[in-house]
Design a protein around this ligand. Sequence first.
Ligand code: BG6
Length: 491
Amino acid sequence: MSQIIIPVDPFDYVVFGGTGDLAERKLLPALFHRQLAGQLTEPTRIIGASRSEMDHEGYRNFAREALKEHLPDDEYQEEDVEQFLARLFYVAVDAKSDKGWSELKALLDEAPERVRAFYLAVGPALFGDISERIQSHGLITEQTRIVVEKPIGRDLQSARTLNKTIGEVFEEEQIFRIDHYLGKETVQNLMALRFANALYEPLWNSAHIDHVQITVAESVGLESRAGYYDKAGALRDMVQNHLVQLLCLVAMEPPSSMEAEAVRDEKLKVLRSLKPITENNADAVTVRGQYKAGASAGGPVKGYLQELEGGVSNTETFVAIKAEIDNWRWSGVPFYLRTGKRMSERISEIVVAFKPIPHSIFGPGAGRITANKLVMRLQPDEGVKQWIMIKEPGPGGMRLKHVSLDMSFADRFEERNPDAYERLLLDVIRCNQTLFMRRDEVEAAWSWVDPMLTAWEETGQPVQPYTAGTWGPSQAIALIERDGRTWHETD
Ligand code: BG6
């Protein structure tokens, strides 16, 4: 089966932070892949912007190296790369002064009618300065959009301030707040599974679902982000955005269409129904963890504090939460969330655990009847597994077995699985906001996270140590086992 490629109109993508880590690892490779797929039309341009002094050729050299490093060898074909590099331009721009802005304007004014996107791949401290200068230098046209990356604030107050600052320059329809998890194929598949099949939706409620688990486990540690991460921690870095967004897609009511406002209205209702976690219950429903030295990816690895080089820190690198949604559909159905660095393996999964059957007609010889589960694997090995009971083949009476109906997307489809950024970067050009977060959504997510942060601070909830390369602290296992349930074992 071949993918359907719909070319987009030519555009100018200006990437602030154009020489940074995100541009190098994700944005340039993603745009390159879209070119390979035939989606970029002439004369699309990608304009790197940052403080470093460099000319167009210098930027092309930077991008060539980035592609060499981040593309698999068989995708790095000289001719394609050179064709891509010819689209690249560069302007040295200072966010904090007027330096370079008139050069950027002159470049953009060569094609004032073209769709124009500004990607802020920079820290949030610069969002305000850059937005204001984009405006004061007259760079905003009818066809302009701005893309911002997380972290959008570090609490509700700072998120509101950031949203307000950007909102003073751009209309909400022009602002694309990226959560790259929403661009992942299986995350979109979750919507297909729920709303393009008659099978699941009638069962998708507290009458039939026992609980939901969302796990986003990473095997990497701090990488080179100690400065940012130690101030953020797992709750801000992963839960406030990625895990909460996944929870919303599992829990939301069917939207009336895939239109952005319809989907985001439904997600917002879920966010507003999340039961508050405060100092009264934080200790019982949340677990904070921090990794110590252990083994990962086949070798010994340092503990978090050693990675911080002797630092002292109470930052959590792991968090598990028993979340509850106080609404008609989900009342009494816990959503267990967990995420952490330096865990056993890199794996992201959503598990929908159904209730047991009400009565068994099979005798004790048939064995235990395990409840059904639907497992959506986001990464790696994207796919869906439906766990069901069947009769074990062969004579000798009725013996039942728990087996999975597997659909691995890699086996089913020949095409490569596009990176989340490929989809999202071009959705910006198409002006499709469905997979981006609206201002009120971001703020509602912070409204749920904020009291948890305060509770941790006020009660001094400690981080529980866990050995690198494991599934987190034992308290996280106890969190779910207290309710008579267990974490789904990945396979
Ligand atoms: C980012 C976090 O948003 O997501 C990182 O800041 C994390 O800490 C990353 O490693 C995980 O993304 P992915 O796509 O590799 O699961």
